[in-house]
Design a protein around this ligand. Sequence first.
Ligand SMILES: Nc1nc2c(ncn2[C@@H]2O[C@H](COP(=O)(O)OP(=O)(O)OP(=O)(O)O)[C@@H](O)[C@H]2O)c(=O)[nH]1
Length: 138
Amino acid sequence: MHIYDTAGQEEGEISEAHARWGDGFLLAFSLIDRRSFSAISTIHAAVAAARHTPNFSCVIVANKTDLGHLAEVSEDEATELAGELGASLFMTSACDGGPSIQAAFFELHRDVVRRRWSRRRRSSAKTVIEGFYKMFSR
Ligand SMILES: Nc1nc2c(ncn2[C@@H]2O[C@H](COP(=O)(O)OP(=O)(O)OP(=O)(O)O)[C@@H](O)[C@H]2O)c(=O)[nH]1
């Protein structure tokens, strides 16, 4: 597995090449930074535009749950956004030893694999149907 971190890029900025290259997207924001929350929709839209579909493997990570007293974004808002984007939401903190972050990566990987198998099944079913069609149309 290759993980590409878009570290240091302007919020909301993602290159088209990266958007096409990825099989799955873990979109993370900080619960204590509303701007990072707003950037999630922008990034999701940019990936959807580059891939010509809003239907791609994606999980939303709401990080810094340990800093609740500084929160600028509520869990309800995060849940609503994840629902709108059709993605699972993970409330995480890098300070808790990382089980919630691990769970986000596992879920993303599971979804990537599930989609890959479902594409393969569709394509082999299509091949069988085309085979039958050729046999009986001779
Ligand atoms: N309290 C707390 N601090 C965190 C948490 N996650 C990251 N940090 C801190 O937040 C700061 C920024 O973390 P980074 O991992 O550099 O964030 P980033 O989004 O990758 O930043 P860029 O490299 O600019 O894209 C660092 O000081 C981290 O230690 C968290 O869950 N809780």
